[in-house]
Design a protein around this ligand. Structure first.
Ligand SMILES: Cc1ncc(C[n+]2csc(CCOP(=O)(O)OP(=O)(O)O)c2C)c(N)n1
Length: 490
């Protein structure tokens, strides 16, 4: 019996044997599956005590193992988009023992931190940055004639952010060697929305095309003389056939080679496709399909609830502390009451309906509710357009994500003096999510903008009154208005 197999039989944890990422490469596939199981158990155990991003982390366990198996990390650089899914990566890269300190003062951060580990190649936290950063690193690599790989791992939710699309546009055109792993679980925090999401669904459902394509090729290879000729001919017309079957060849038309989709929980398949990507000399998209919350029933059933969670009972998934009423909930309830009286009120979210307290509004007024994807810039300029046409757009966004849309606030809303009610959620210190999520700049950057009234409620009552005032002020004055509150929950 091989030594590796003995490890599993002795009932020892495979994780105990992983001292460096090189050790993962020596494992057999059954051992890697066992490793995935152990990582899941540790992630669930940690997050049940510390709170954190559970469902996204459970979804990428196999991908994390495959990435560290196929690539020479940290020489090859992995850039994790948003970075909320890096707990498994941290466990495998020397931080397993410290995971009990996750998201605590001086503990392990909930997002990648270069100062924490050489395996964290780029600090993330805000969405849709990975492809830009990876392309920058790939271009720098080429200028220095180095040969390492650069891999951006981006979710289907993060792909809805404008910056990701700008980066795809540039990267595809540049032909720079770069790997983009698209982790498609059909979810942003809630169900993913928009045209890109629909397009990905189309690819997923056309999987039969790829399978039948390979099958036909294999048969043709057995036919002497004519077989290879037909294959050659088929290759020539492949593009047009593909276009016929997959009308939206989005990635290939942008200049990427597209590989996939494959089951992201099948480590062997994921390694196989990553190895194919590794050989490419041009930018390539590797499309993997995963399940958010994989391996933990409560999270599989309610991936949105377990996207980010407070501490919970492991056996049931129930929260340890019952949720107290917070500012977001008061905001949501008040807005619903106001919207009942005024049909012009509309609510806009950038993929954060639950977090910003808009779930009730969405349910009661679906036709006046707009989830635009992770697209804060678009959300605000779209709000400006609606305001121009006489509507009262109310746009709650977390303070740190308002940073994304600074120009839209100035150029599209305030300079045109348009009445948009901008609600700044999670203002102030937010603690566990760390510096990328602190809501500490909003007062400084909002206070110098003309035509903007700022209010900061100190309690729930003031929040209700200020929101009511904001909506009315907008109807009687030319001033647009921003409202700000401190969150008690993170
Ligand atoms: C600019 C910005 N807006 C909003 C968020 C909040 N946010 C964190 S993760 C997430 C969803 C990401 O979805 P996806 O990329 O598909 O990853 P998944 O969690 O599904 O694995 C959102 C909206 C953020 N981090 N950055």
């Amino acid at each position: 019996m091989k030594d590796n197999a003995k490890i599993a039989l002795k009932n020892e944890k495979i994780l105990d044997k992983i001292k460096q990422t090189k050790d993962i490469k020596t494992l057999t596939y059954p051992q890697k599956e066992q490793l995935a199981k152990e990582m899941r158990e540790e992630i669930i155990d940690t997050v049940s005590k510390t709170g954190g991003h559970l469902a996204s982390n459970l979804g990428v366990v196999e991908l994390t193992i495959a990435l560290h198996s196929v690539f020479e990390t940290p020489k090859d650089k992995i850039i994790w988009d948003v970075g909320h899914q890096t707990y498994g990566h941290k466990i495998l890269t020397g931080r397993r023992e410290q995971m009990t300190t996750l998201r605590q003062l001086d503990g392990i951060a909930g997002f990648p931190k270069a100062k924490e580990s050489e395996y964290d190649n780029f600090d993330t936290g805000h969405s849709s940055t990975s492809i830009s950063a990876a392309l920058g690193m790939a271009r720098a690599r080429d200028l220095q004639q180095k040969d390492n790989h650069v891999i951006a791992v981006i979710g289907d939710g993060a792909l809805t952010g404008g910056m990701a699309l700008e980066a795809l546009d540039d990267a595809g055109n540049s032909k720079t060697r770069l790997i983009v792993v698209l982790n498609d679980n059909e979810m942003s925090i809630s169900k993913n929305v928009g045209g890109i999401s629909r397009f990905l669904t189309k690819i997923r459902t056309k999987r039969f095309y790829k399978k039948s394509n390979n099958f036909i090729r294999k048969i043709l290879e057995y036919i002497p003389k004519f077989g290879p000729f037909i294959i050659k001919l088929a290759r020539r017309i492949k593009y047009s056939i593909k276009q016929l079957l997959l009308p939206n060849m989005f990635f290939e038309d942008l200049g990427f080679k597209y590989l996939g989709p494959v089951d992201g929980h099948d480590i062997e398949r994921v390694e196989w496709i990553l190895n194919l990507a590794k050989k490419e000399k041009e930018p390539v998209v590797v499309h993997i399909i995963t399940k958010k919350g994989k391996g933990y029933e409560p999270a599989e059933k309610n991936p949105d609830q377990f996207h980010a969670t407070a501490s919970f009972e492991k056996d049931t998934g129930k929260p340890i502390k019952s949720k107290i009423k917070d500012y977001s909930a008061v905001f949501g309830d008040t807005l619903v009451e106001l919207a009942k009286k005024d049909k012009k009120i509309v609510a806009i979210t950038a993929a954060m309906a639950d977090g910003t307290g808009l779930s009730k509004f969405k349910e009661i007024f679906p036709e006046r509710f707009f989830d635009v994807g992770i697209a804060e810039q678009h959300a605000l300029t779209m709000a400006a357009g609606m305001a121009k046409e006489g509507y009262i757009p109310v746009v709650p966004i977390y303070s740190s994500f308002y940073q994304r849309a600074y120009d839209q606030v100035i150029h599209d809303i305030c300079l045109q003096n348009l009445p948009v009610v901008m609600c700044v959620d999670r203002a102030g210190i937010v603690g566990q999510d760390g510096e990328t999520h602190q809501g500490i700049f909003d007062l400084s950057f909002f206070s110098i903008i003309p035509n903007l009234t700022i209010m900061a409620p100190k309690d729930f009552k003031e929040l209700e009154e200020m929101l009511t005032f904001a909506v009315k002020l907008r109807k009687t004055s030319r001033y647009s208005l921003s409202k700000r509150w401190r969150a008690r929950n993170i």
